[in-house]
Design a protein around this ligand. Structure first.
Ligand code: RIB
Ligand code: CA
Length: 323
């Protein structure tokens, strides 16, 4: 099994990422970051999800409570005041670890071979770990993030929430040399759950499946009300699923950088895919790319196309496998 550290800000869709990761990957630890909600609340939410999964043995390490430079922006209109409104879950019996997430991340990567990092919130912890111990860049097997976009944003027309919250951290990560697999909102909007999927979760009937149903019910309602979308996009689950089964996502190598100064574009992931041949870039990106270098050398893989049926099969099988 692939060894991973999951850095997250649960978060309804982060919770789906945890459910997938715990079943299919060797989760060495979970680290938390202020994002969807304040650090204290997202940390409790991570502990709550692990208790539902009967995996409270997995340690949870709180990280940074705010971005490197900008003030923290949260998303209560999507995730509620608790950061994971909807499911009614008991207070966790297990406490979070006292060690800081960044210390844990550095120690683990420096002493364990082939660790994959998965980040489904703002990249503050990852950037801080790179700043503190640059050698982790070469030691980390790969970094899979939910963040950014090859096309439009969601928090602003140009920027996706995780990158918008801490663009300085994202800039550090994308310019560090670490291999980044980016599941941007252009991809994650293809992972769109509706009432039909809630019904399937209820049929499965395990504790995890009922948690999935409760999470989706709230997230679907908040998403429709706040973003006038037709379904609940389980963004973070895509970044985890890509590590579990790489065949689920078609991607293209490209150079990605982060806009820090733009009045309208701060937090935008500026993706250079000029080297990919074709008239319709979003179509030809999925075909045979020509790697005639035009701009800077690629520093990332950008996810473009999700096998949604394949994702659902993975998700349903995972939910069935829990008690
Ligand atoms: O833009 C979507 C991302 O922001 C997801 O990670 C969601 O959990 C929020 O953190
Ligand atoms: Ca998240």
């Amino acid at each position: 099994m692939k060894k991973v550290i999951l850095d997250c800000d649960p978060g309804h869709d982060d919770a789906f990422g945890i459910m997938l990761a715990v079943r299919h990957l060797e989760v060495l630890g979970i680290t938390t970051i202020g994002g969807n909600c304040t650090l204290d609340k997202v940390t409790v939410n991570a502990l709550k999800v692990l208790e539902v999964l009967e995996r409270s043995d997995i340690p949870v390490y709180p990280g940074h409570s705010c971005p490197m430079v900008a003030p923290l922006v949260t998303a209560p209109q999507f995730h509620g005041v608790s950061g994971m409104d909807g499911p009614v879950l008991p207070e966790p019996e297990v406490q979070a670890q006292k060690k800081h997430a960044v210390d844990y991340m550095i120690e683990t990567v420096m002493n364990t071979e082939d660790v994959t990092l998965i980040a489904t919130g703002p990249l503050t912890n990852i950037a801080a770990a790179i700043n503190r111990e640059p050698r982790i860049v070469e030691r980390v097997k790969e970094l899979s993030i939910m963040g950014g976009s090859v096309t439009y944003g969601n928090w602003t027309p140009a920027a996706e929430f995780n990158i918008f919250v801490d663009p300085e951290a994202a800039y550090r990560v994308f310019n560090s040399g670490m291999h980044v697999k980016m599941s941007g909102v252009n991809l994650t909007r293809q992972c769109c759950l509706t009432a039909e999927h809630i019904g399937k979760f209820r049929e499965i009937g395990t504790k995890a499946a009922n948690l999935a149903a409760d999470l989706t019910e709230f997230f679907l309602d908040s998403t429709v009300k706040s973003a006038a979308l037709s379904g609940a996009n389980m963004h973070d689950a895509c970044a985890v699923a890509w590590i579990i089964n790489p065949d689920l996502i078609k991607a293209a190598d490209m150079h990605i950088d982060i806009e820090l100064k733009g009045e309208l574009t701060r937090g935008m992931t500026v993706c250079d895919y000029r080297h990919l041949r074709g008239t319709d870039p979003m179509v030809d990106l999925c075909r045979v790319p020509t790697m005639e270098a035009r701009g800077k050398q690629p520093n990332a893989e950008a996810a473009l196309e999700l096998d949604f049926d394949g994702f659902l099969n993975l998700l349903y099988g995972t939910l069935k496998s829990y008690n």
